[in-house]
Write a protein that binds this ligand. Structure first.
Ligand code: COA
Length: 162
């Protein structure tokens, strides 16, 4: 059974482990250095309660997380937010990402956000497909805006109006 619930401070170790695997091994995030718990505590404190962080738990194990974050420091953007979604490697392809993404979008609606953005690096077909399946539209491509693992990367910009 899968439980989706708001993250707590106690989930930060599991969230960090999932995130760090993606940082070190994928272009899903343009972070390049693994996160340490201290940074994650600041990240958590800056999100909750205004910006949701959800975890998916199975058998007492946190196996995925999703969040909405501030899109810009500029106040006029305050109803726009950016989604993040990470599923632990061995649990991908089982529908968990989709359930969690839908749940975090629901939280975003409740919190009164108007627009959710997603930035997806080239090669992220699974993420693009997933976003489209829950109503995101493809806005455009930012060409060669990142460099990771020695390669310049395009980023797809997607958006869902809530
Ligand atoms: C992208 C990610 C979150 C998807 O989560 P997931 O639990 O594996 O996805 P789901 O099983 O819910 O699948 C959702 C949809 O994507 C499709 N999909 C899954 N993996 C796919 C792949 N490799 N290629 C194409 N489509 C794929 C599924 O078929 C499903 O489509 P459907 O609803 O039409 O059947 C997960 O692979 C992940 O954590 N990747 C690393 C981090 C990452 O890329 N995060 C997103 C950053 S924007």
């Amino acid at each position: 059974m899968l439980t989706i619930r708001p993250a707590t401070f106690e989930d930060l170790d599991a969230i960090t482990e999932i995130h760090n695997d993606a940082i070190l091994n994928t272009v899903a995030t343009f972070d390049t250095e693994p996160k340490i718990l201290e940074e994650q505590r600041v990240w958590f404190a800056n999100h909750v309660p205004k910006y949701p962080i959800l975890v998916a738990e199975r058998g007492g194990l946190v196996i995925a997380w999703a969040s909405l974050s501030k899109w810009s420091e500029k106040h006029a953007y305050s109803k726009t937010t950016e989604g993040s979604l990470y599923v632990k490697k061995e649990y991908r392809g089982q529908g968990i990402g989709k359930r969690l993404l839908k749940a975090v979008i629901q939280e975003g609606k409740k919190a009164g956000f108007h627009s959710v953005m997603a930035r997806i690096a080239e090669g992220g077909e699974a993420s693009i497909h997933l976003c489209e399946s829950v109503g995101f539209e493809h806005i455009g491509v930012m060409k060669e805006v990142g460099r990771k693992f020695g390669k310049l990367l395009d980023v797809h910009l997607m958006q869902k109006i809530l």
